[in-house]
Each structure stands twice: as structure tokens, then as C-alpha cells.
Design a protein around this ligand. Structure first.
Ligand code: FRU
Length: 508
């Protein structure tokens, strides 16, 4: 025993040293979800059960490029701190496990439950590697998602199509049945199916083509959101290409769902490819929402894959590749243009706040000097800034510099554009389509413009005017310290206030 002691000490040291390295690699996000190693894409099977948010995700157990798709798995009590769990569903018999959803089968409609407890049921696409076929399959768990059994009579829904995927299932209380929203990618359509037991599905209706149809339709979602005293339904459709910043992106439709059919609201913009976008950055895709968030909480929560199919496989990070966005809360807002979905970072993220720097009402130049004088110990930052904008105000914004030559610029132009420039943001050379300037329209109402920023080691998320316009971009700065600088041309607006927080890592 005594003789084994030194070996034990060395082993402890080795495990600790490795843990210290892992999660401290260059570009490793510190408060965005990443798998410890290997490739990740879409979030899958997001469900809340028994105090845990589950996040499954498209995962390659064998490397850090896309392939051998399986469902990786992690859980969190608070959407901020994640625990990695073993792979939940593996590729098997030449069938990859593509994207899908999970639900708590509260009434045990499937019969998979045991001992009076509801099972978790996952509904995913089986992608056949030896023939041109995709169909919908189910699997269940009776141990809080720790182990899964694939249903013996899979597939549960097969229409013999090569492209038919990403089922999102939810319980429709009014008609007391399950609704599956699933995408028919090359037709630019979403199909709706109904079931009373999750095992047999009946076709209800189709929606589309509509909105953006340049790229294939993938990863849909359908959920109700409060609209004053009433309810509206949001249909989310991620598109493989043709998003405003280029490549893949996330569009949505606002309308009504009567239990069988989705009808678009009359305020939907018209014209070819006119569409509503959840995010105007380059790196927000395959976003879908959590199922079974408790009623007393009542939020609609989601996150997206923070990458873009145009270069995802080339982003220079190792031994992992890809991160998720921060979790966000979704609500509807009445705007002069019609009903729009807005996104706000979940309030749980406040747990990460460390040192706080605050400036009250100040001129732009005083605020600029104040900001430049901050000694920041952390490169992980959250910022809230409110500006009083007048007709005479020119363009203004913030420059986030790192090292001597690297900068990312967020700018509000007086013609109502919010832009994010990552052309000089650090490593941009790994793909010719990575550098660029990405833009959203932003109307300034009541003379106030607000910016809420999250900066991790390798990403920036901008929520403008309480989430009315959102831009999510990867950035890969190589310089060590971050410097913040307010910038303006012509007449600068007044700064109402600035809150700046240095954030803690979520992995400690
Ligand atoms: C979207 C997607 C899905 C598919 C999965 C495969 O990013 O193409 O349609 O299920 O990725 O990994």
C-alpha cells in the first residue's frame, strides 16, 4: 500500500494537470458550452426534467470534424454550469443519429414509463449512410436521461425520403396529442404530424415555401408566445444558406397554430425572400427551444449552435470544435413593423458577474476616457450601455481591441444600421468567408439606443434595444489583453450609463 502511494500522487497530479490544460486552451470559451473534445453541431433534445436542463448535441465521438453523428449529452441546474455526461445515442448499424428533440412523457402515453415515473422520450432522425433515406425514430430513458433504449419498432415515421429530418415534438394541450414539426429540406417546407403515443404519426398539414427559400430548410421549432392577453405561435425554420450575414442562419414566422395548421400573420413582410431573422450575425444556427420548462417559470428558452456551415469545419480550435450561444429568453414585442420575436440573455448569466465598473450620465468623451482607463483583469466581459441619440448624432459605437492590431467594432449608424465588423478581429485567415461586416436594421425609438454585449474568449453577442436586433459572431483574437474604446464621428451622443462586468469562467 505504502509503495503505491507515490504512484497515486503522480496520478493525481497528472489528472489535475490535464484538467487544468483542458478548458484553458487558446480560444476555449469560458462561459459558452463546448464539448471537452471533438466536433459538435446542432443542439438537440433540449428538455427540462427533475431540476436539470438537458442539452444533447450533434457530436462526432471519433474526431473534430463532422461525421459519425451521435448525441453528446450534458446537464445543468442553471443553464450556466454544465456537467458532461457520456454519449446518449450512438451511430449504429449504418444509421447516424441526426438532430431531433426530447419530451417528458408526463402521462406515459408511450407506455415506456416505469414505476409510475414519466419516461423521457427522444425523437431523432435516423440518417442512413448506405442508402438515401432519413426517417424519424424514438428512444426512451427511465433514469433521468442517463441511459437510452432505442425503440424496437423504429422507425416511427418513414415517408421514404432522402431528406426528411429534425423532428421537434411538443404536447398540444388543446387537442391532447403530440405534434411533430419536421422539415422537408429541399421542398422548403415544414410538415406537421400528430400522435397520441409518440409511436404512430398522422400527417396534418404542410407550411411553405415562405420567407427565405434560398437554402434548404432544417431544424424547425413551433411554440406559443404570449402576446398581450392572447397567444401567438412562432414557427422557427433554420436555413442552410441565404441568411443576411451569409451562409446558414435562423429565420422565424409569427402566426397561429390551430392544432393542425400554421397560418402566417398578416404583418409578415412581403416580397421574394422577405424574411424575419432571429439573429443577424454569422454564427447562430440550428436554434431550437427547451421543452417542459416548468409552468411556474414560464419562459421560452433556447440557444443556437455558434458557427456557420460555410466554415465550421475549419475554425482553428482544438481538441474541440464549436460552441453554443448563451441561452436566451424569447418574447414577442409589438413594433411599428408588426409583431417581432426578441431575445434576451437569460438572467442566470448574472451569476458569472465579477468586478463591476459603472459610469452614470456623462459626455461621450468623458465616457470614452473612463472606459480606456479601466484596468481589466478578465477578458470575459459583459457590458450594458445606454446612449441618448439625437437627430444630429452621427455614427458611434465601441471598439474591442486586443494586442496591437486586432479589433472588433460594433457600430450604430445614423441611418439605422447596427453593424459588427470582424475583418481585423484576430485569426480570420483559415477561411476566405470568415472575415466580414454583419449588419442588422435597428430603429432608435424615444431617443435611446442600448447595447448589451457578451464577450467570451472567441465570440461576441450583441443584444441591441433589449434584444430587438441580435448579432452573434465568432471572433478569434490572439492578443492577450482587451481594451475598450468608444468611437464616434461627427456629433457624439450622450452616454446615459455604462455597466461593465468582468465575468468568471463557468468551468471553475
Ligand atoms: C443542421 C443539420 C441537420 C441535421 C444535422 C446533421 O445543422 O444539417 O439538418 O440533422 O445537422 O448533423
Amino acid at each position: 500500500m505504502i509503495r503505491l502511494f507515490p504512484i497515486f500522487i503522480v496520478l493525481c497530479w497528472w489528472v489535475e494537470a490535464r484538467a487544468a490544460e483542458l478548458y484553458h486552451e487558446q480560444f476555449r470559451p469560458q462561459f459558452h458550452f463546448t464539448p471537452a473534445t471533438n466536433w459538435m453541431n446542432d443542439p438537440n433534445g433540449m428538455v427540462f426534467y427533475d431540476g436539470e436542463y438537458h442539452l444533447f448535441y450533434q457530436f462526432n465521438p471519433f474526431g473534430n470534424k463532422w461525421g459519425h453523428m451521435s448525441w453528446g449529452h450534458s446537464v445543468s441546474p442553471d443553464l450556466v454550469h454544465w456537467e458532461h455526461l457520456p454519449v446518449a445515442l450512438y451511430e449504429e448499424n449504418d444509421v447516424m443519429i441526426f438532430s431531433g428533440s426530447a419530451v417528458v412523457d408526463w402521462k406515459n402515453t408511450s407506455g415506456f414509463g416505469q414505476n409510475g415515473k414519466p419516461p423521457l422520450v427522444a425523437i431523432y432522425t435516423g440518417h442512413y449512410t448506405k442508402k438515401p433515406l432519413q426517417n424519424q425514430n424514438i428512444a426512451y430513458s427511465n433514469d433521468r436521461g442517463r441511459t437510452w433504449v432505442k425503440y424496437a419498432n423504429n422507425p416511427a415515421l418513414d415517408i421514404g425520403e432522402k431528406d426528411f429530418r429534425d423532428p421537434k415534438v411538443s404536447w398540444h394541450e388543446a387537442s391532447k396529442r403530440w405534434i411533430m414539426t419536421v422539415s422537408w429540406p429541399v421542398h422548403h417546407q415544414v410538415r406537421f404530424y400528430a400522435s397520441t403515443n409518440l409511436k404512430e404519426w398522422t400527417h396534418l398539414s404542410d407550411f411553405g415555401p415562405a420567407g427565405s427559400t434560398q437554402g434548404i430548410w432544417e431544424c424547425p421549432d413551433l411554440f406559443p408566445l404570449k402576446n398581450g392577453r392572447g397567444t401567438k405561435w412562432v414557427l422557427v425554420v433554420n436555413v442552410g444558406s441565404g441568411a443576411p450575414a451569409g451562409g446558414s442562419g435562423c429565420q422565424y414566422f409569427v402566426g397561429d397554430f390551430d392544432g393542425s395548421k400554421f397560418t402566417l400573420d398578416s404583418s409578415f413582410p412581403t416580397g421574394k425572400d422577405a424574411a424575419l431573422w432571429a439573429d443577424y450575425g454569422r454564427d447562430f444556427y440550428a436554434a431550437v427551444s427547451w421543452s417542459d420548462v416548468p409552468k411556474r417559470d414560464g419562459r421560452r428558452l433556447w440557444l443556437g449552435w455558434m458557427s456557420n456551415w460555410e466554415y465550421a469545419n475549419d475554425v482553428p480550435t482544438s481538441p474541440w470544435r464549436s460552441a453554443m450561444s448563451v441561452p436566451r429568453e424569447l418574447t414577442l414585442r409589438k413594433t411599428p413593423e408588426g409583431l417581432r420575436m426578441v431575445q434576451q440573455p437569460v438572467e442566470e448569466l448574472r451569476k458569472l458577474r465579477g468586478a463591476h465598473h459603472r459610469l452614470g450620465n456623462a459626455s461621450f468623451s468623458r465616457a470614452s476616457n473612463w472606459l480606456a482607463g479601466r484596468e481589466l483583469k478578465s477578458e470575459l466581459l459583459e457590458m450594458e450601455m445606454d446612449f441618448t441619440v439625437e437627430k444630429s448624432s452621427g455614427d458611434f459605437g465601441i471598439k474591442i481591441a486586443s494586442g496591437a492590431n486586432e479589433e472588433t467594432v460594433v457600430r450604430l449608424s445614423k441611418d439605422g444600421r447596427l453593424s459588427l465588423d470582424r475583418t481585423q478581429s484576430g485569426r480570420t485567415d483559415f477561411h476566405r468567408k470568415f472575415p466580414g461586416v454583419h449588419e442588422a436594421k435597428l430603429s432608435v425609438r424615444n431617443g435611446v439606443a442600448s447595447l448589451h454585449l457578451f464577450l467570451d474568449t472567441s465570440s461576441i453577442e450583441v443584444f441591441a434595444n433589449e434584444g430587438e436586433a441580435v448579432l452573434t459572431d465568432l471572433i478569434l483574437p490572439t492578443g492577450d489583453k482587451r481594451k475598450l474604446e468608444l468611437i464616434s464621428n461627427e456629433q457624439a451622443p450622450r452616454v446615459m450609463q455604462i455597466h461593465l462586468w468582468e465575468l468568471k469562467s463557468a468551468w471553475k
